[in-house]
Design a protein around this ligand. Sequence first.
Ligand SMILES: *Cc1c(COP(=O)(O)O)cnc(C)c1O
Length: 319
Amino acid sequence: LGVRHVIGSNTGTDALILALKALRIGAGDEVVVQANTFYASVGAIVAVGARPVFVDCDEQYAIDHRNIEAALTGKTRAIMAVWWTGVPPEFSAITEIARRRNLAVIEDACPATGGAYDGRPAGSLGHIAAFSMHPLKPLHVWGDGGAVVTSDDKASEWLRTYRNHGMKNRDEIAFWGVNQRLQSVQAVVANHILDRVGPWVDRRNQIARRLDAGLEGVPEVVRPPRPPNRRNAFQLYIVCVQRRDELVRYLIGNGIEAKVHYPIPLHLQPAARELGYAKGDFPVAERQAAEIVTLPGHQFLTNDEVDYTIETVRKFYKR
Ligand SMILES: *Cc1c(COP(=O)(O)O)cnc(C)c1O
């Protein structure tokens, strides 16, 4: 990754919580985050006592950097830059805003092991980053696992101690901590597959290109832009489509595991009620929530299987 410290943790969510705590973010602080990420990005912010402030997303399903400034207040401490579904967010703009406004950049790189932005690996672009090793992520274990990564020596030392009860040694604790360690057996699994992650992400990119090419010219299917100099980890392959729910049923009926990640944007979740957002606040995230579909794109698919997905989508819109 090109960072000095990788600190194992028991989940990606806890890695995010640890990252926020290492930056001393807590009650009274605000963290800017996109309205269409996985629940854990926001859950972690709330878990440390801070307030999530949502920002709309762009056509790549990443945070729209043009909307960040308007979301900043005197209480903002950090921008959480999410590699949502493996997509590299616009780091040049994000880090420029953070530098100018004296904010930290926390990467939620949970789904993005193997991703890169301008040749720099996911996890090396912010002040601190969190990875997940859940079975749905490119580097995965046989259950839950995660890691916090940073080049900050002091933060690293604090993290290693805090995630291990605050123990200086067996008999003395330096401060009150918790147990958020990575299980040894899971570390063995992660080590075992570590060298395969690069080739797997290569294969996911190949499959994404095949799906992109195969779906080109279908007017009901809109593929996101794919800017150059970025390596998407393709944890999920997502496109926007018309008649989404009908398509999902049709694909499932034809043996294709189509899914929606996710049908309700975070600001409209029941859990977000006290944050005071309303329908219409984030029009891009809201439109995408009604149009996105995830098609199978994992590394073990054969080209024939990928082509079957393409043919089935095409058949649906020709009927
Ligand atoms: C998977 C994921 C998480 C949470 O990781 P867990 O290991 O499941 O706790 C957080 N954020 C994003 C964007 C994710 O994709």
